[in-house]
Ligand binder design. Sequence first.
Ligand SMILES: Nc1nc2c(c(=O)[nH]1)N[C@H]1C(S)=C(S)[C@@H](COP(=O)(O)OP(=O)(O)OC[C@H]3O[C@@H](n4cnc5c(=O)[nH]c(N)nc54)[C@H](O)[C@@H]3O)O[C@H]1N2
Ligand SMILES: Nc1nc2c(c(=O)[nH]1)N[C@H]1C(S)=C(S)[C@@H](COP(=O)(O)OP(=O)(O)OC[C@H]3O[C@@H](n4cnc5c(=O)[nH]c(N)nc54)[C@H](O)[C@@H]3O)O[C@H]1N2
Ligand SMILES: [Mo]
Length: 743
Amino acid sequence: MTNHFGDVVGHSKAILMIGANSASACPIGFKHFLQAKDRNNTKLIVVDPVYTKSAAKADHYLRIRTGTDVAFVYGMLHLIFKNGWEDKEFIDSRVYGMDEVRQEAKKWTPEVTADVTGIPADKIIQITRLFATSKPATVVWALGITQHSTGTSNTRILPILQLVLGNAGKKGGGCNIIRGHDNVQGSTDMCNLADSLPGYYGLSDDAWKYYSKAWGVDYEWMKGRFHSHKWMNEKGFSLAKWWQGVLQEEKTYSSSPIRALWVQGTGITSMTQQVKIQEAIKKLDLLVIAEPFVNEAAILSDRKDGIYIIPAATQFETEGSVTASNRSSQWRSKVVDPLYESKPDHEIMFEFAKKFGFYDEFVSGMKHDIVDGEIKKVKDDFVWPDDAANELARTVKTIGLGGWTAKRLREHQENWHLFDPITLAGYGKMKGQYYGLPWPCWDTKHPGSPILYNPDTPVNEGGMGFRNRFGLEHDGVSQLPDERVSVKGSKVKGGYPEITKANIEKVLGIKLTQEEKRKMGANWKVDLSGIIQEKCNEAEVCVYGNAKARAKVWTFPDQIPMHREPIHSPRFDLVKKYPTYPDQKNNFRVDVKFESEQSEKDWSKEFPTMIVTMRLVNLSGAGMIERTSKYLSHITPEMFAHIHPELAAKHGIRDKEDMWLHSPQGTKIKIKAYYNYSVTPDRVAMPYNFAGMMQGVDLTHRYPEGTKPYVNGESSNTITNYGFDVITQIPEFNAGLCRIERA
Ligand SMILES: Nc1nc2c(c(=O)[nH]1)N[C@H]1C(S)=C(S)[C@@H](COP(=O)(O)OP(=O)(O)OC[C@H]3O[C@@H](n4cnc5c(=O)[nH]c(N)nc54)[C@H](O)[C@@H]3O)O[C@H]1N2
Ligand SMILES: Nc1nc2c(c(=O)[nH]1)N[C@H]1C(S)=C(S)[C@@H](COP(=O)(O)OP(=O)(O)OC[C@H]3O[C@@H](n4cnc5c(=O)[nH]c(N)nc54)[C@H](O)[C@@H]3O)O[C@H]1N2
Ligand SMILES: [Mo]
């Protein structure tokens, strides 16, 4: 989120909610949108293939065909540019690469957009006028936008819309992406990913060297942990496609196929291609599951050997900081001690490290601190979780966690009542700080940044320009703004680069001492001494620079977002004009099919119905937690799909009867047909919160005695279609096809 929920309540005149159903999936967040409607007559526009509970509360509902959001936003941009509704000054002074977007938008007339998206042309015109002329306005999305083979393009076109309208870096504007799991923002920031070290440092020798130093661990030792140096900087397997790493033998890009799987905090049935996952689980030598419940991974196969379930404690039985959707940190206290023989996750990891002989190095960072501008070992033991939080504050510079010390975060928890819910500003002794110190919170004196990219606020009060991440020029064009975009109060006018040891004297107009030069890291991201930060504070300069936003990403397959038809498209006639990407070799160590799959045949002939998956308010994730709760589970006692009576009747299926849904990859699920008018006759919508059945077969007898959930059912992911995002490899959960058959 660039802004936050309170800001929407206080300042947004319109909310474009696209690919999210917060009424079910984030009811507390949704309450803010309803408050905005009540207080300010804020207009809520919902764009969704399904008439959801959120749509029911909206002022306007647009029924979109799944996987066509890029086309829809271009349709909006077409009208915005045509009518001169764009913020010309903002684009001119703060954005690079918009000309190409403008060119592409020319093609997307209301008629062309209507044909591709299924939204009537007059609706597109009405909504664009409303959104473009309501200032400021915000965009809200969740996984209806992200989880697609075109997810990356989707998540780029919406910020582009906000840049065009000058809604970025403003109260009531911005992109407010509603995050998913509890603490998913925190786990993203910690980069629980296969392609980066914590804090988005990426994978490179420099990144490893930086962390080795910050943790007080010998870099050569770190290197020695790898089969060879090469693997240190190679992306690992992704959560979406680890199974391919088990099953592939010939075309493998790793030193060997995956032989062992350690599952900690993921549901397994939450990923697509369940039949492949089942095959992979059977083939592994070792499967370990560290879980508060019996994860479904344990019953997918009937393996009896090489499988261990380790009891993990829940989040109620541990303490520490978590990060909210809006980048605020929250400190949590333990409610009860871990029950029975369960252990909190970090203790399980500690035991693991001990067994594998790297415990000392694993906890070393928590025993270190900066003394006199240099990293030193300061104690022989550490205090959990405070020293873990302090380690992050000391090391994660990229997003500005410098001010997130355990002491400050605890203070915020203890003084909740002293913060304003609309502005997040503190009162009384918390005055001068924003609740949860939303990152970037550069150092221990910084108040946090409730709204990103706002140059009208001084840096020391949470302001900044756009980040200078992509060099100083591209195609001969400067990436820095001129003096029109000067951060308030800054000694340096106009744009400036990110601050490095090499440029700090010139940019800030200062002279460093020899001692300062000796202690300083090469740039602000790796400067453990904190001197770069200190000098920038004095000049009210943002360490990450003051640059232009870029609408064009020259390193991506699509430099500007382009509409590309879903891999299994219901409109084969459009596939030629808007084909998907070429197949990929070795992305996250696996090959990924795009074009070869899409063009194989007109899939829609055999699989004419679109499938959308969604969340139920009473169940979360693959549903393991709530389906073991008697009361929550019985609210939705069986797996189902919403189906329009007209479509059901075509297949001779009555309300609440069983039906089979078949997928293009030859898999099937048997579920109940629930008549419902939220869907049109061309699509079905089903929850993703069930598991325990597989292609009509009940697997639940495999649960250890007393652990079987009250409610079980087919996983939607047995039939969600093949497809992965070209950059992130996030699975295609929504824009797929199926064939319906009466069971
Ligand atoms: N009760 C409950 N709450 C949850 C969760 C849960 O499992 N249960 N999960 C949490 C997690 S991990 C997450 S990520 C969030 C997700 O939060 P949301 O994304 O708000 O949840 P969904 O119900 O999946 O809603 C996605 C919406 O996108 C629509 N959609 C699908 N494809 C497209 C498309 O191509 N374009 C557009 N415009 N819309 C599309 C779907 O019809 C659906 O209504 O919820 C979180 N909250
Ligand atoms: N078809 C379809 N599939 C989807 C989606 C969709 O919309 N449609 N949504 C996708 C999205 S956005 C997401 S985020 C994923 C979510 O998928 P997962 O991340 O797999 O989420 P869950 O299924 O909730 O699994 C979490 C597991 O962690 C366990 N757990 C809970 N607390 C703790 C703890 O403190 N410690 C440990 N060790 N374990 C714990 C739970 O018991 C549960 O088994 O699913 C994705 N899959
Ligand atoms: Mo999620």
